[in-house]
Ligand binder design. Sequence first.
Ligand code: PLP
Length: 449
Amino acid sequence: MSNALRDADIRYVLHPYTNLAAHEEKGPMIAVRGEGVKVFDTAGKEYIEGMAGLWCASLGFSEPRLREAALRQMDALPFFHQFGHKSHAPGIELAERLIGMAPDGLTKVFFANSGSEANDTVVKIVRYMNNILGRPQKKKIIARERAYHGVTVAAASLTGLPVNHRAFDLPIEGVVRTGCPHHYRYARPGESEDAFATRLADELEAQILAEGPETVAAFIAEPVQGAGGVIIPPATYFDKIQAVLKKYDILMVADEVICGFGRTGNAWGSQTYNIRPDILTCAKALSSAYLPISAVLVSDAVYQAVKKGSAEIGSFGHGYTYSAHPVAAAVALETLKIYEERDLFAHTRAVSPTFVTHLMRYADHPLVGNARGIGLVGALELVADKATKESFPPAAAVAARLVELAQEEGLILRSLAGDIVSFCPPLIITDAELDEMFTRFDRAMERLT
Ligand code: PLP
């Protein structure tokens, strides 16, 4: 059975985000079942899912209430939509609940199906509102090096990783790239975190002035950069950046696709870093990944500008067939109720010290240049030379090798560009499970060295 499946996978599946040539040799690990923070493959081997899937399955892999919420909605009304003047209860209740928990000032919710679609929607809303407001030149969006905002044409353009641009003829026009707040890699010798943050804000201001502030519409940022390497910004970074944005009437867009719903120990990464977004995107843990759904939350000022378009244009010409899919919305609503009832963000704060302490055990390891973590997201950055921070040659693929060894030891992790190994377990993980996770990781690390 599993050999037939493996062969069929290699034969028929064009794998997302995969080295396709290598896949034909390696073949897939095929998961068949989930239980709590664990998944099991076709051979019955057990893995701790140290990445919550793709930074998303925050309630783990067997939450019965989400299954029941989906079944209830399937039975009642498996599909309806919100186009025109139609709606349905799960879509309405989810929007109300999101606004109830959102950072101050966000008042309306647009639903989509993925983080990429949510960020694509941001690009379109930013263009639309500025055209409607009679300032069609104010369209550029500033995004950061090593940002990850998704892979659709506009979202991939905001993404700041070469693999998402090369050979795709991206980015599109109108994206301005600014610095990444990774102190370990990009600070000057002796530069404090605060001085580094000041420099990045100064560089941002210089870029805005060079572009012409009247041409810059928005700045988009993940509170903690995820796929770019789990990059935790200096504590004062966002305050300094937002002061610049405010000066030039530039919208702050928080991409909370990973950070949203407790990942950094608060409901939002925006809370953790004092971000006051005009627009916020979220996905992934919104439904604990049990069904695809994402959301764009906008301020009243943004909403009023978009609404103004109706007088001129008629319908707001943007929306997906599955915007607020009722079954996905019902599952998301149940997810948010569970977060609240179980006080899961407080749980994240409670187990975070165990998680971060385990990561920090590696800070002195000869292959680890930098260990970092906040809430339940973290990374180890591997280096060839600890003193000079020199990286391994890409062909060495040391992080990828370590992740393979971890998988053999029953732990799923992810390697990111720059020889970074990332950790992002389900938020339901316990102290004992974290200990077990790092015991497995210890074994992988021992085999690497
Ligand atoms: N934004 C962030 C911060 C992400 O981490 C991701 C996915 O990892 C996306 C956007 C894109 O989301 P999706 O893969 O659902 O399109």
